[in-house]
Design a protein around this ligand. Sequence first.
Ligand code: GDP
Ligand code: MG
Length: 819
Amino acid sequence: MKLSELKNGETAVIVRLSGHGGFRKRIMEMGFIRGEKVKSVLDSPMHDPVKYHVMGYDVLLRRSEAAMIEVLPEEEAKKELTPAPTYTGRSIYDTCSGNNCVSCTLRKVSTHRKNVINVALVGNPNSGKTSIFNALANQNEHVGNYSGVTVDAKCGSFNYKGYRINLTDLPGTYSIAAYTPEEIYVRRHLFEQIPDVIINSVVASNLERNLYLTTELIDMNLRTVVALNMYDELLAQGAELDYEHLGAMMGIPMIPTVAKNSKGLDKLLDTIIELFEGNNKTIRHIHINYGNIIEEQIAPLSAEIHKAEDLPQQFSVRYWALKLLEGDKEVAEELKGCMELPRWQHIAANSAKKIQAQIGVDVETAMSGAKYGFINGALQETYKAGDKDTQRKTRRIDRLVANRWLGFPIFILVMWVMFSSVFLLGAYPQEWIDNLFGWLGEQACNLIPAGAIQDLVVNGIIGGVGSVAVFIPQILILYLFISLMEDSGYMARAAFIMDRLMHKMGLHGKSFIPMLMGFGCNVPAIMATRTIESRSSRIITILVTPFMSCSARLPVMVLFAGAFFPKHAALVLIGLYMLGIGVAILTARLLRFAKFQKDETPFVMELPPYRLPTLRATLRHMWEKCAQYIKKIGTVILLSTVVIWFLSYYPRPKESTEYRVQSTEQREKSKEYREQRTEYREQSKEQREEGGINEESFIAMLGHAIEPVLAPLGQNWRSSIALITSIPAKELVVSTLGVLYSSDSEESIQQDLCSSGDFTPRSAAAFMVFILLFFPCIATIAAIADETGSKRWAAFSIVYNTAVAWLAGFLVYIIGGLF
Ligand code: GDP
Ligand code: MG
């Protein structure tokens, strides 16, 4: 709890001091040291400041300052001290022999508590933050060789040398200004979560740009350690860096690391502990000199801010002054609790005008110029560029892959190889899984007596789940390709190649990466749009991403393409993907035309050097997706298949009830019974081959109700049901068909589909097109609402996509009729 929350007369132990360096120093000098006891003595009449008793003195603290001190109240500590009866280790009391037991043990508990270090990872995109995170916290977060892979904070914890370290992987940013959503996200994390130590991961082979973010951390005056990551690349260039000297100049310890191989990470952790314990020799607060003209304006503004009683203590006073001068948007939010804010803003605006008049550029430009000047100066003394050209390989590959004429054909070829592999290679393991579920169905048939339960297990659960599970291999292969493209750096090239096309759509080349990711799953794809700075481009990209055929739609496509177009299945598949892209293009143009006329921000994207994907990362990524898919099968799909089974099984048609009554009577005469059962089963199989579904079931009623709407697309009530059930998850189409046609293997569904007469190639094509474009699944709708920040866009997506799906399906059906 915070010291500010401590009630009058209560005592607590100080566990942690947060806030910028200057604040911590001052507060420590007054006796607020970790492990010390502090007592709240007196609230002032205005509730602020509060009088505390610490180290034998009475000290006044403002509430906003007390809020930066974490304490453990005595009462709570005592509760924690009560040894649990089953506890076999040494209780905390064991080691205490003194008379002042309470305060002694209190201190021990607080040591236990205070040895928790909250660490945040910040740095440029693609600088290896997630690699560091994975290596340290032993996690499986996804790494990728292009910007914007991590879009959310990810947390992991581990123990090191008696400390518990909570590590947070933050999205990559080039700075901590408040332009992109990531920057705002990182800034808010630093402001609200107040990490104890920051790891700034920096690409050692590209210091100049990477250290820019470091200079912002210097201004904030936070406890930071720089991880000079990818140090292997720096060495490979033959470059030399006196990183100790550089660290000394910048006042921040610097540790070379190779996160990919977990090198240098122990040293990094040791430094984190040093920083936390306050015994690191390198760290000191330096002021980056912004030049006389700016400094002259900073000084009075800082002095004004310094006087404020209600100033938040997360960042240094100088930082607030700098940000106010820049007219930063976020600072108004951060300082909104300060009474004097309007006055400061007024002063800052005047100062900014003066600066601009004197140096001819706006404050922001002048300051970033000064920052780069500072970095250049520091590097000149410490860095010697290498003579080996490590970029040659990348340039060579790019000459081919990003070639004006060859780039596009190569890209198409890669796509073609990807989809063919999904189809051809996936077929083998698919058959094994198929057989496995077939076998399971048979076993269940033999074990469970005929009736509702047997039907539920065999046709509902095994049939429904099995028909979806067979697509695990295909999904693995798809993700193998996506993962290889991401990790090697080809994905960024694909964005580069597609930029012109995307521009024609009124989008960014950057929009292409989320769209390509959409082939995997629309949800992370929509989250990945956060890298797009321009809001209009972001929203358009979010809205068109659901037209990218996700891996959940793949099973449906594979099933139908295989059944009705066996000779050209891969071609049909590519055609569908292309159609999705085409509709996305049209939609984007439409939105640009109708809603967002102009795009504000320029296209800036980094082309990272090619890197050999590591086997570990690739396998991890594949496994992660596979596990997600399996989880989905075990939850949403399992539940939904049971519901669908129920709806399709009840109410029972007459003769079956008769049969059941009969069967109970005759259960003793088992031989006869068995014969009859076989007979019945054959009967029902025949029925099935005629496409017989329980015509009186609820689901049939539902199907009949929607049929008129979908009839122009050549759909009957059965396919209508399948379309409706795709709403929670697209895979459910296949499992619904599995349940409806009571088949438990893909092959037999295909046979049933063909023989039932429910579909012709023409209506099958319309069906596939409809599924491709129809209502994105519920998770995607939620993601759209989240990322656009408005339910209206989500609703738009539902209505628009459904309308488009209907129209496109209708056209396909009509055109199909011409052949
Ligand atoms: P993030 O965007 O900052 O989270 O970066 P990632 O962790 O996703 O890594 C970006 C790319 O750099 C991946 O392809 C990693 O395999 C690669 N990488 C990470 N650390 C190192 C390193 O120390 N050396 C080299 N050569 N590559 C690395
Ligand atoms: Mg990352």
